[in-house]
Ligand binder design. Structure first.
Ligand code: ASP
Ligand code: MG
Length: 410
């Protein structure tokens, strides 16, 4: 029998009633003649609640121990896995729940953000071989130290794709409260369309830009060639299939999606010396402070001076500003910071090696009266930083300009 790996997100499992509904779906799928491994997330906001409890227990002046934190957080997924097994058993199917360690998920020992090193599939295969549906607690694994680790927030997607890769499953199905991947945020652009399929690379860009998928799971899917279906748990609608470009049957649009990131802060450093080492001097302390810097623009030096601007998450702006102000090389021309920016990007592998997309993007933004503050590109993405209040207008105009509102390819 083919093996299918499914994953259900925490919002789909937030109550015992929802767990029973999902259990019914799992049983129906099993009866259709597949071997099933089902990865589950913690119920609703359980992970947040556990983090809050740990903070209370440790008191304001202490940080909870990372090893204990991981064991604590892993219990959220254990609760769902065991309840799911209980529900499925009540419906007459043979089932077993496994913790991440029992399911053979081996990780490095970075508590709180562990990486999967290997899936030992011995136990999984044994349970499947004995005819059971296997429920696996997502988001957790076992380090060589024999301590429980967690994979970082939203890590259950990664568990599911890794297990699918380990079992060479025919596909990994991710069920969530959205019914697929859209050409852009439907709350912002009413004519956003659901994509029937998308390539790994494009999905990776969109996921990094905030689409509701863990980028690590997409990366794993691409490396191990696991196709991933993203679909709604409770609505019976076709979802979006994420897979390799070469298998895309449709004539494809050059631009697949428009992504929007809000709450961007900007820092400008004027008149820094134009010599080796200055950029490192600015960005090293930010990296050490764990602040991720996004768009960086440096103009060509003139009179031995250059200006450098970069963006950070608005929430990091004050900290980033304080750190940058302390930088020796930045003192000459002055450092200023501003909030109230957004980032709008067009993404599509079809743009590679085809000139003109940047120009079309800039023309569309100008026609919508949107001023561009900063620009950056990758091979399959063009990103503009713009004023936050114009982001809706910008997204709508780009969505139209690149024909994403039309179902047909173009
Ligand atoms: N429960 C974990 C979290 O909320 C993992 C997951 O949901 O994927 O981050
Ligand atoms: Mg969750």
């Amino acid at each position: 029998m083919p093996v299918v790996v499914q994953k259900y997100g925490g919002s789909s499992l937030a109550t015992a009633e929802k767990i029973r509904v999902v259990a019914g779906k799992i049983c129906a799928r099993r009866s259709s003649g597949v071997d099933l491994v089902v990865v589950v997330s913690a119920m609703g906001d359980t992970t947040d609640d556990l983090i809050a409890l740990a903070r209370l227990a440790s008191g304001p002046s202490h940080v909870p121990d990372p090893r204990e934190m991981d064991t604590l957080l892993s219990t959220g997924e254990l609760v769902t896995a065991t309840l799911m097994a209980i529900a499925i058993r009540s419906m007459g199917h043979d089932v077993v729940s496994l913790s991440g360690p029992q399911a053979g998920v081996r990780t490095d020992s970075r508590h709180g953000s562990a990486r999967i090193a290997d899936i030992d599939t011995t136990r999984l295969k044994r349970e499947l071989g004995s005819g059971k549906i296997v429920i696996v607690a997502g988001f957790q694994g076992l380090a060589e130290t024999e301590d429980v680790t967690t994979l970082g927030r939203g890590g259950s997607d990664t568990t599911a794709v890794a297990i699918a890769a380990g079992l060479k499953a025919s596909r990994c199905e991710i069920f969530t409260d959205v019914d697929g991947i859209y050409t852009t945020d439907p709350r912002l652009v009413p004519d956003a369309r659901k994509l029937r399929e998308i390539g790994y690379e494009e999905m990776l860009e969109l996921a990094s830009l905030g689409a509701k998928m863990n980028p690590r799971s997409i990366e794993l899917g691409a490396v191990y060639d696991v196709e991933i279906l993203v679909a709604s748990t409770f609505e019976d609608k076709p979802g979006t299939l994420i897979h390799g470009e070469s298998r895309m049957m449709e004539v494809r649009k050059a631009v697949t999606g428009v992504a929007v990131t809000r709450n961007v802060g900007k820092i400008m450093v004027r008149g820094v010396e134009d010599r080796p080492g200055v950029a490192a001097e600015i960005f090293e302390p930010l990296a050490e402070a764990g602040i991720s810097v996004d768009v960086i623009v440096q103009n060509a030096g003139a009179d031995g001076k250059a200006d450098i601007s970069f963006t950070v998450a608005e929430g990091d702006l004050d900290r980033a500003l304080a750190i940058t102000e302390r930088c020796q090389s930045c003192s000459a021309g002055g450092v200023t910071g501003g909030r109230g920016f957004s980032k709008v990007s067009i993404v599509g592998t079809g743009m590679t090696n085809s000139p003109g997309y940047a120009a079309r993007m800039f023309r569309a933004l100008s026609a919508a009266g949107v001023n561009i503050d900063m620009i950056t590109t990758s091979e399959i993405r063009i990103t503009c930083i713009i004023d936050a209040p114009l982001v809706e207008k910008a997204a709508r105009s780009l969505h139209r300009a690149f024909g994403l509102h039309e179902a047909s390819a173009g």
